[in-house]
Design a binder for this molecule. Structure first.
Ligand SMILES: [Zn+2]
Ligand SMILES: [Zn+2]
Length: 427
């Protein structure tokens, strides 16, 4: 007896009568009798026929049982009855109505450059009563696609596929999932209790739940799931999604994507998103004019050269187009941070600051190059020049020295005002 069969036999123990009946009817056998009769019939089937379909069905049902057990353990007894079977596979015929359904646009992810579409956006359709659903998809990878690219002389795509076949680490086959209801671009969102497998091997899904209540969706960001390790290059691939149906509709898609490292994004930013010095100067003088604090308009506006994220001197100062503040943050740190956790939130004003919106401040770049390493803060003056703001040691105990050093206390006060307005999001 193979280990697979042995494993499946053990798994059967956990299944319920309804599930055993589902298995039997799927295999075209009688589903009448007591639990022990049903069990014997399934065990016989397993041992005599060793049908891979039956093996995987037992595995899936067992997994569902585990999920529901976990859910029960973590909350009050739930009314959710989990009866499910691996779905009959969706038709591959593109004429099938399933493919004409709404096609939400998945948000462009800077760290994943889409190279080819393997499974176009397709809705997850609940097939069973109860919350737990299983949706299966079939797709062929290489042969068909490579032929298609070769015939249509799409050499670029052909090269991409070659890279994939040669297991070039930066090309991945990724699975993405988002809401269906939306108009416009949708951010990725996993459904509750998501579990993904490719060719019956589990695909790890990195997700965190804000609560263990049944039906809670994993928290964002929900990254694309890498299906690559378990894919067949030449056979048909079966990819299954276990998910909780709690009234929301989701759309899934599979893409071939290049994983873009943050350094590449930084280079891209440097070559395409630099705001000209003249525009930067205009921005500063507008700020100086429009500032409600008279005091500031007559003196200057202070900007820290220390990145608010890394607390280190900036090398590539940037901010988002939508940011109303002069203060920059370091593009390199920001990209690295989002590579780890893609939140795309401006560290200064906490607004959405996606990659496409980032602009490098060339005026501040020049300042960083020309002033000493020890300078941590500068001041833009009303005559469109700037000067370094030097803090002597006593600045740290401002409280005590403020009254003695009149000149510095004025600077400290302005500095304070700038900080306050910055917090209020005015700068
Ligand atoms: Zn901002
Ligand atoms: Zn200061």
């Amino acid at each position: 007896m193979s280990t697979d069969v042995l494993e499946a036999t053990v798994m059967l123990e956990a299944l319920r009568v309804t599930e055993l009946r589902l298995l039997l009817s799927k295999m075209g056998k009688s589903k009448s009798g007591l639990k022990k009769d049903l069990m014997k019939r399934v065990v016989d089937l397993l041992h005599n026929e060793c049908n891979p379909e039956l093996l995987s069905a037992v595995g899936e049902l067992h997994k569902l049982r585990e999920v529901s057990k976990d859910a029960r353990r973590s909350s009050k007894p739930s009314p959710v009855e989990i009866i499910s079977m691996p779905a009959c596979v969706l038709p591959e015929n593109p004429q099938s109505p399933i493919f004409v359904c709404t096609e939400p646009q998945m948000i462009k992810l800077p760290f994943y450059q889409t190279l080819d579409t393997i499974l176009p956006p397709t809705p997850l359709v609940p097939m069973y009563e109860g919350a737990m659903q299983n949706s299966d998809f079939l797709f062929h990878l290489i042969l068909e696609r490579v032929c298609l690219c070769a015939c249509s002389r799409e050499n670029k795509k052909l090269l991409i596929w070659a890279a994939f076949i040669l297991k070039d680490a930066v090309v991945e086959c990724v699975f993405r999932i988002c809401y269906s209801e939306s108009i416009g671009v949708e951010e990725d969102q996993y459904p509750p209790h998501i579990c993904v497998s490719v060719n019956h091997a589990n695909c790890p899904v990195e997700c965190t739940y804000s609560s263990n209540k049944l039906g809670t969706e994993p928290s964002r960001p929900c990254r694309p799931i890498d299906l690559t390790p378990n894919l067949y290059l030449t056979f048909t691939n079966r990819f299954s999604v276990l998910w909780g149906n709690f009234g929301k509709s989701y759309t899934v898609a599979v893409y071939l994507a290049r994983v873009v490292p943050s350094q590449d994004l930084l280079d891209q930013l440097r070559s395409t998103a630099v705001e000209q010095q003249e525009l930067c100067r205009q921005r500063v003088s507008e700020k100086l004019r429009s500032d409600p604090e008279n005091e500031i308009s007559t003196t200057g506006l202070q900007v820290s050269l220390i990145c608010p994220l890394a607390k280190m001197r900036m090398t590539v100062p940037c901010r988002a187009r939508g940011c109303a503040h002069l203060q920059c943050f370091d593009a390199s740190f920001y990209l690295q941070m989002n590579e780890r956790k893609p939140r795309w939130t401006c560290p200064v004003c906490h607004r959405y600051a996606p990659f496409d919106e980032l602009l490098i401040d060339s005026l501040l770049c020049g300042v960083l190059e020309s002033c000493g390493e020890d300078v941590e803060e500068i001041e833009y003056l009303s005559d469109s020049s700037w000067r370094a703001v030097r803090h002597d040691k006593s600045d740290k105990n401002k409280e005590t020295v403020q009254h003695q050093q009149i000149k510095h206390s004025k600077i400290s006060h302005i500095h304070f005002c700038v900080l306050m307005t910055e917090r209020k999001g005015l700068i």
